[in-house]
Design a protein around this ligand. Structure first.
Ligand code: ATP
Length: 430
């Protein structure tokens, strides 16, 4: 590693079961902060640090370095905040992992399936962090759990506006998170489940079905179980979506972070054999503003096209003729029940593929490339319920020439011609 030239260095000696929390200033001009473990052992959200290696954290990072036995670390650069806390729920989280591991052992013995765990709670309680921790601990003891990402606003796996599943084969990288190879990704199209709750529930069911099928043929996946990360919307239809998810995945354990009412409601509404556990949130979890969430979403899309730090991708830009593609939006605007054709329900309209006529208003929209080609009516239904193979962004529309220019991770031609439009837009500033 290059020496952290000219950077202020601060040493922290941590006692056992304490954590150093620090935040890196947000904004493009902000200086990165480096972390180095000098003595002892420590971990960042469940992934062990190597000694004498510098880990770099970019603008906006919010990190906790936890130690079970005690350690000394150095920070290079000027974090916005840095303090040591003795008050962490890590022991409770470790006990949760131990209980899940017991369930996996039992599943192994009895030829059953391992625990399916749903992590719920309002926004900013550390749901994603708890998922990451439990997955990393599981994989560190040799398990192969699956991460199911249902947070369409802040997906840890793919671009926003998607739900996905990912087999976890190694602990999360300290700087970059889980290695995202071959995830299974479905198009939702917006950053909140409320825009189309029927579709959201449908996709949850699709993921549950695919996961169950995989468990049938892959014993390790079955024993490893899954950890489901959910959205922070826990009222009304958001709550109903959690109940639906619990039933679709047949979850065994629900971890409720810092929300007593939600805990009581789920205990009341879920079958008695589901273990509902209330866990405290960590005092270190930082509230994120709307602006900050938007930036994180943008960053996720940028990463998809351009890569992340060590790995640079070089996306392609090319023209696509309107006549070569079919663009759809999922879900027609709802109309009063009395106006629906006989035998059709509101559900049908929310899952309907509505053709989009290409025009200037497509500019900057993210489009998912469906893995299914458009064809007859049967194919249309399956487009909604099939995974996507990638994403493109419309950068320019020429209505005269009937073409649009797109940013794409792969060179032309597009692998498929069925495109699904997202509400989400991305302006490429590169
Ligand atoms: P959302 O509602 O957006 O899904 P969430 O509940 O999943 O949020 P996280 O994404 O897990 O919350 O955490 C929010 C932020 O707090 C993240 O940037 C994470 O790195 C940070 N964070 C979590 N735990 C700690 C901690 N103990 N110390 C410092 N920062 C932390």
């Amino acid at each position: 590693d290059a020496p952290a030239a000219g950077k202020v260095s601060t040493r922290y000696d941590l006692e056992k079961e304490t954590e150093l929390r620090f935040e890196v200033e947000a904004g493009e001009a902000a200086e990165q902060v480096e972390l180095e473990l000098i003595v002892g052992m420590a971990e960042v959200f469940g992934s062990e640090l190597n000694r004498n290696r510098k880990y770099t954290f970019g603008p906006g990072s919010k990190i906790a370095v936890f130690t079970w036995q005690g350690c000394s670390v150095n920070l290079y650069g000027k974090p916005e905040v840095a303090y040591v806390s003795k008050d962490t729920p890590m022991l409770l989280y470790l006990n949760t992992h131990a209980a899940l591991e017991q369930m996996r052992k039992q599943a192994e013995r009895d030829n059953e399936r391992g625990p399916r765990v749903m992590v719920v709670g309002p926004t900013d309680v550390g749901k994603s962090t708890v998922c990451r921790l439990l997955l990393s601990y599981a994989v560190r003891v040799g398990r192969r759990p699956t991460l199911v990402e249902l947070d369409v606003g802040q997906s840890g796996v793919s671009v926003p506006g998607t739900v996905s599943a990912l087999c976890i084969e190694r602990p999360a990288d300290v700087e970059e998170g889980f290695s995202v190879q071959a995830p299974l990704v479905y198009h939702f199209g917006s950053t909140t489940p409320g825009t189309n709750i029927k579709l959201y529930n449908k996709l949850t069911s699709c993921l549950a079905e695919v996961f169950s099928q995989r468990c049938e043929v892959n014993r390790k996946a079955s024993v490893g179980g899954c950890i489901i990360n959910t959205c922070g919307w826990v009222k009304g239809s958001g709550y109903q979506a959690l109940v639906h998810c619990a039933s679709a995945f047949q979850v065994d354990v629900v971890l409720v972070l810092d929300h007593e009412r939600l805990y009581n409601e789920l205990k009341r509404d879920l079958p008695h054999f589901v273990r509902v556990v209330l866990l405290p949130k960590s005092g270190g979890v930082v509230e994120r503003s709307k602006e900050c969430r938007r930036e994180t979403r943008d960053e996720k899309i940028r990463e998809y096209f351009y890569g992340f730090r060590g790995v640079s991708f070089y996306p392609f830009s090319f023209e696509v003729r309107f006549s070569d593609v079919r663009i759809y939006k999922i879900g027609a605007p709802s109309i009063p029940d009395s106006c629906l054709p006989l035998g059709m329900s509101q559900d049908d309209t929310q899952l309907k593929l509505v053709p989009v006529t290409p025009g200037r208003d497509l500019t900057y929209h993210v489009l998912s490339v469906s893995s299914v080609e458009d064809g007859d009516e049967g194919a249309r239904k399956s487009i909604v319920e099939s995974p996507v193979c990638g994403f493109i962004v419309v950068t320019y529309v020429d209505t005269q020439a009937q073409v649009m220019k797109v940013l794409s991770p792969a060179p032309r031609p597009l692998p498929r011609h069925t495109l699904l439009i997202m509400d989400i837009r991305f302006m490429d500033m590169k």
